[in-house]
Design a protein around this ligand. Structure first.
Ligand code: CTP
Ligand code: MN
Ligand code: MN
Ligand code: MN
Length: 408
């Protein structure tokens, strides 16, 4: 008796913001491969190609079960020839030769290590590689001048390439909450970014701060930062006014409160949990770069040359010990006026691809322009107000997708 296997093709809407993408991914091998191609394109400053691979990976992330045959993919959006070729090879042989050789290439490895330094982007890494710098030791030995961010990034390289756990996010949330309320009673703080989407780990922790009374949030960021500094929590911080005002030659004039949008990129000094001499951090010894420390300094001791401070110096002062009693964690802070809160919340919850797709949907399908500040309707020639994410989705004519299903 002949068994006929019925091929049921998947069906998926084109925009990631029309789809529900949970953290449950049934096609991790395929999406990891496509994500690596995306990452490599981004590191090579080929952003268009990067987005194409990100979109392809996102389509596979929302499928209800593992892909078994190419026939199931027929009619799916966002799968270009290149992505399909990669998928086919993985289905047939278990791996993609292109992806594997990229992963092993000296250039990819060097780009990965160098851009793993906080404050170093693809451009800088590429220039260093052309000047013969492939790893951290070569960078330290070189005459390259580093800006303040890069110095901090190099000093805390090991810690910052260690994934942040939910427990650490909770510990810092508590510190932040206390600090924000002490400098401005009534202020409200929300965990955003990957942790709001339900992720159990992240590369940083993101917070959005506001106050229910419009205008009361003015000057809040500098007070919060000063208060954190006074408590000794900040290893590094750079506060920037949002560039929204400067780049506001777009449709319509922003209202005068737009320039209050501030953000702060910081590095937190988080005390390690002391349980029988064990630490929070050593439990989850998974690193962002996959390779735990072939290039990172051992036992948190920075090999910084010359007059640069050793990373372990501060750590010894509370309690003399050869083990560092704290770890560095990246924290992003954003302050928004309450009138823009819903837009800021939606814009900073991510994922990055989900955000990009929301903006693409708004522009291409609705002639609207969406940012983390506002939604402008070009046809009506006016801004559309919203006090919740649900309202913004409704303005856009999209079904509401909760944060836990925005993991595109
Ligand atoms: N974002 C932004 N402008 C930046 C950096 C980030 O608007 N300069 C937004 C991104 O679009 C994203 C959110 O902030 O929606 C969080 O960014 P990020 O922390 O980089 O990513 P996560 O999704 O939180 O992932 P991870 O867990 O790795 O931190
Ligand atoms: Mn499932
Ligand atoms: Mn984040
Ligand atoms: Mn962030």
């Amino acid at each position: 008796q002949q068994i006929t296997e019925e091929v049921v093709a998947f069906s998926v809407p084109s925009y990631a913001c029309q789809r529900r993408t949970t953290l449950e991914n049934h096609n991790m091998v395929l999406t990891d491969a496509l994500s690596l191609l995306a990452e490599n394109a981004e590191l090579s400053e080929e952003d268009g190609r990067g987005v194409a691979f990100r979109r392809a990976a996102a389509v596979l992330k929302c499928l209800p079960e593992p892909v078994r045959s190419m026939a199931q993919l027929r009619g799916l959006p966002c799968l270009g020839d290149h992505s399909l070729r990669v998928i086919k090879e993985i289905l047939e042989t278990g791996a993609s030769s292109e992806v594997e050789s990229m992963r092993e290439s000296e250039r990819y490895k060097a780009l990965k290590v160098l851009t793993g330094i906080f404050g170093v982007g693809a451009k800088t890494a590429d220039r260093w590689i052309r000047e013969g710098i492939q790893d951290l030791q070569q960078l330290r030995d070189s005459e390259q001048t580093l800006n303040r961010a890069q110095q901090a990034g190099l000093e805390h390289y090991h810690d910052l390439n260690q994934l942040v756990t939910k427990a650490e996010a909770d510990a810092i949330s508590e510190i932040m909450e206390r600090t924000v309320i002490s400098v401005l009673p009534g202020a409200q703080m929300t965990l955003i970014g990957g942790f709001r989407r339900g992720k159990q780990t992240g590369h940083d922790i993101d917070f959005l701060i506001t106050h229910p009374e419009e205008g009361r949030e003015e000057g809040l960021m500098s007070k919060v930062v000063s208060c954190l500094e006074a408590q000794g929590f900040l290893l590094y911080q750079k506060t920037t006014r949002n560039s929204y005002l400067e780049s506001s030659s777009g449709p319509g004039r922003p209202s005068s409160n737009m320039d209050r949008f501030e953000r702060c990129f910081s590095i937190f000094k988080l005390a390690k949990e002391d349980k029988r001499g064990e630490t929070l951090m050593e439990d989850g010894a998974k690193t962002l770069n996959g390779d735990p420390g072939s290039h990172s300094p051992s036992s948190g001791q920075s090999q910084a040359s010359g007059d640069r401070k050793r990373a372990s110096e501060d750590g010894a002062k509370d309690k003399p010990s050869k083990h560092k009693r704290w770890r560095a964690v990246r924290v992003d802070l954003v302050v928004s006026p309450i009138s823009q809160f819903a837009f800021a919340l939606l814009g900073w919850t991510g994922s990055k691809l989900f955000e990009r797709e929301l903006r693409r949907w708004a522009g291409h399908e609705r002639s609207m322009s969406l940012s983390s500040h506002a939604l402008f309707d070009s046809k009506q020639g006016r801004y559309l107000r919203a006090t919740s994410e649900e309202e913004i989705f409704a303005h856009l004519g999209l079904e509401f997708i909760p944060p836990s299903e925005r993991n595109a």
